[in-house]
Write a protein that binds this ligand. Sequence first.
Ligand code: MN
Length: 735
Amino acid sequence: MVTATKTLSENAQIAKAYKELLRLSYQKLSAADKKMIRLALDTAVDAHKNQRRRSGEPYILHPIAVAKIVAEDIGLGAHSIAAALLHDVVEDTSYTIQDLESMHGTVIAKIVDGLTKISSLKKDKNVSLQAENFRKMLLTLNDDARVIIIKIADRLHNMRTMDAMPQEKQIKIASETLYIYAPLAHRVGMYNIKTELEDLGLKYTESEVYHEIQKRIQDNFDSQEEFIDSFVKLTKKYLRKENLKFFVEGRPKSIFSTRKKMMSKNLSFDQIFDRYAIRIIYKSDPDQEKFLAWKIYSIITDHFQPNPMRLRDWISAPKSTGYEALHITVMGPKGRWVEVQIRSERMHEIAEKGYAAHFKYKHGKQDERGLEIWLNRLREVLEQPNPDAVDFVKDFRLNLYASEIFVFTPNGDLKSLPQGATPVDFAFNIHTEIGMHTRGAKINGKIVPLSYRLRSGDQIEIITSEKSFPNPSWLDYVITSRARTRIRSFLREDKKQIAIEGKEVLRRKLRQLKIGFNESTINKLLIFFKLNTSLDLYYRVGIGTIDNVKLKKFSADQSNRFFNFFKRKEPVTKDPSIVDQEKITDNFDQLVFGKAEERLEYKLSPCCSPIAGDEVFGFVTISDGVKIHKNECPNALTLRSNYAYRIVNAKWIDSSQNEFIAKLLLTGLDDLGLVNQVTKVISTTNNINIKSVSFDSNDGVFEGRVMLKVKNTALLKKMIKQLEKINGVDKVIRE
Ligand code: MN
């Protein structure tokens, strides 16, 4: 009897959940849609009939809840809802994909197949394997974009119902959520879901911090209620005067983002809550939307002083996620800053729902195409084999959070790129073929270096040539994972190819020098040239950095060792002037200019034809760059006395020797994007090259070790100053 009652009430529970799912669906469901969904429900109920969740409730409530998130919060259509209901069927029960295909059709079966593949990925604690799993998960985008969205919904429901799980599992699942699911949700414009995932993630990874901040947000809300009320009352009064239709709501504060702000800006809770936030959501005809937003802006700023630094116009240039709104910050009563978000009802819906709403409005019908466009681009990146999964996931995550700039193609098409992107990133964004053959770039009609950082509003023209190919130095400044992945894979192939040829060249050259080509010789060569792998060696022979002259030196060095073994040390006496001369012609191969020893483009002047090692100076000409003259050039005196301001000091250096290694230790607060900024500062400083980098973070504390090749200490000091300016960096110490 007891069992019967229980079953009955459970059935009622299931029926109730199902009805709610249909009722709250964001998209209008046709009779055929409802039939399809009902069929999926029946299969799922049957498949899971003997299963219970850890909490004790019937398992089927989980897929229904996931389907509800898909239908209501994300706003996807009937196929997605049905697939969500069936998402655990193949993995957990005796049903197969073939069963689902014959019962529910190929579309649904394919989505479920994708979801099943993700779930069956190897669970492993090893970081790189974990990364590999994420990568595979992202690769399922090849099957159907909806897979990843339903997976996010599945994750959200699991996070909401994690209390019955053992703590260790909670922490693992929560960390994964923060690492990849929340950024993904952010990138596809599902802000509410992202926020909830983050808050839940924090709740399980750092529960004390979570509860502390939650409590303080509540206290703060209680104490500021009066102030907000008075501000809202005034705002409403002013807006009503203008006959606007609108409503005002408080902006819920995310616990996770509050914490992130406290950590990254090193601010106290009170400092963060210095700013209050409200949202004005107004009714509008489609063609009045933008006008009304600015009208509201002008009404509010007529009464409250705006902070000009804090105006964000996402209406004229929406985020690539589809987000539109006008954000302003004004001085409210009692001299307190208030952030005001101004959105039409349509914009509000987009902000809440993401793409589903965006495309409902944009195309007048409900489709998921916008998402497809974004995901298509992702797919291309993902298709590139990248042997280092950790690198891949890192690049990928950085791109998920990067802020955006907007630039134009020569035809005036608007493109969005992450902040810090270069012309090379742009080229790869347009088309891989363009990226692969980029030779140069023009910004607003002017030639710029390929490392130029694009700014919003730039118009970019890429100059291509069939003979140009990616260059290793591009990796120093490109920032999109798309460009990075493509360049890396090209270089890997290219390097291998060159190395194969280089190996044959080396074999031939060693034979001429009467040195055997064998493992012991290769090892000696590696030591002599300070290289790590034979691939590096062959590659350098292939591109000619290791040439006959250098190989002869190696040969001489080897025989000297042999003779020195028998000989006592004998002082070598040589005419010092001869030694010097030798040194100069051999090694002094590069001119540097000024105190900072900059490298500039230059030409040797024909009037005195200087050669390497001569005492020289540079003369800045009007149309022909820097010209080099000997100090004893017949024209030197005239130039120096009449154009002193155009003279630059120049000296010859040995480009391979005149660099020293500096080690820096950076400490600070762990912050997303910090690594990015640090490497950016270093890589954009001229004459400083990164040799190795390692970044560690532990409980929010960031520690980075950087090994650099530097020309001189003045440059190094200048760069350290810049590093210290980065938000979050506490100390930079030279070790
Ligand atoms: Mn599930």
